[in-house]
Design a protein around this ligand. Structure first.
Ligand SMILES: [Ca+2]
Length: 254
């Protein structure tokens, strides 16, 4: 009977196995500066390794991973994916870089300096965002689930469900691992959330609407791409086919 009551209580709360969480803090992006971005880049991954900016792009026949000059936005190195592979999230691990694919079920490990392919690993389901928290890879697949993976073998070592105030949050896209949590673009929104990796609870919600002018918005797709600037509390953010990369700070709104 006690078990039954516990199950009923659990169902009533719709949060079985989770602890209630505080509402996410509301934040917004304060723009510090902007640099040009290749409007031909369908951005799927963005990460700074020191001062080297890596970007992964998508779409069949147009996917690549590239090194981008921070000041000018010029592409200084690029490695394409064979058509019809569709590139997704990227992250640096030591002297290597992992690149996801959308529905191809393949992650590609590359030399981060030459971008040459080293090996491939297979995974179930779709690949969306990727980041490295120092010991594990964190991967999104468009649902409310994040998967933790071994940074060398890519083997799955755990999962967590992303929730805001107890409710699952789906469409988790590009990721950024930081000591404060995992930042994530939510697909088709101007929102980036911060996730506690252990509980999956959303601890902050950042409003990034109005970064682009209405004219710039006309030719641009969705917000997607977040890279922490090492040694600062600042981030680079951009979107698919956006004309700019913005350097921003997330500040609390009243
Ligand atoms: Ca990122």
């Amino acid at each position: 009977m006690k078990v039954l009551l516990a199950v009923l209580a659990c169902l009533a709360l719709a949060a079985c196995g989770t602890t209630p969480s505080a509402p996410p803090a509301n934040e917004r992006a304060q723009v510090i500066s902007s640099t040009p971005h290749d409007t031909g880049a369908f951005t799927e991954g963005l990460e700074l390794d020191g001062t080297t900016l890596y970007e992964g792009t998508g779409l069949e026949g147009q996917s690549d991973v590239r090194v981008v000059d921070l000041a000018t936005g010029q592409v200084t190195k690029k490695a394409g994916l064979p058509d019809p592979m569709f590139g997704e999230g990227i992250t640096v691990v030591g002297d290597k870089l992992w690149q996801l694919t959308y529905k191809d079920g393949v992650a590609i490990q590359r030399d981060k300096n030459t971008l040459a392919e080293i090996k491939r690993a297979n995974y179930e389901g779709e690949g969306w965002g990727l980041c490295h928290d120092g010991s594990r890879l964190v991967m999104s697949n468009g649902t409310d689930q994040l998967t933790f993976r071994d940074p060398d073998t890519f083997a799955q070592v755990g999962t967590v469900t992303v929730r805001a105030k107890g409710d699952p949050v789906a469409m988790i896209n590009e990721l950024e691992c930081t000591p404060d949590g995992i930042y994530a673009n939510v697909w088709q929104t101007d929102t980036i959330i911060r996730i506690d990796p252990e509980s999956g609870n959303v601890t902050a919600s950042v409003d990034l609407a109005n970064l682009l002018t209405p004219e710039e918005r006309g030719g641009a797709d969705v917000l997607n791409g977040i890279a922490a600037v090492p040694g600062t509390d600042e981030f680079l953010v951009t979107g698919k086919n956006w004309p700019k990369v913005f350097r921003v700070k997330f500040v609390t709104t009243q």
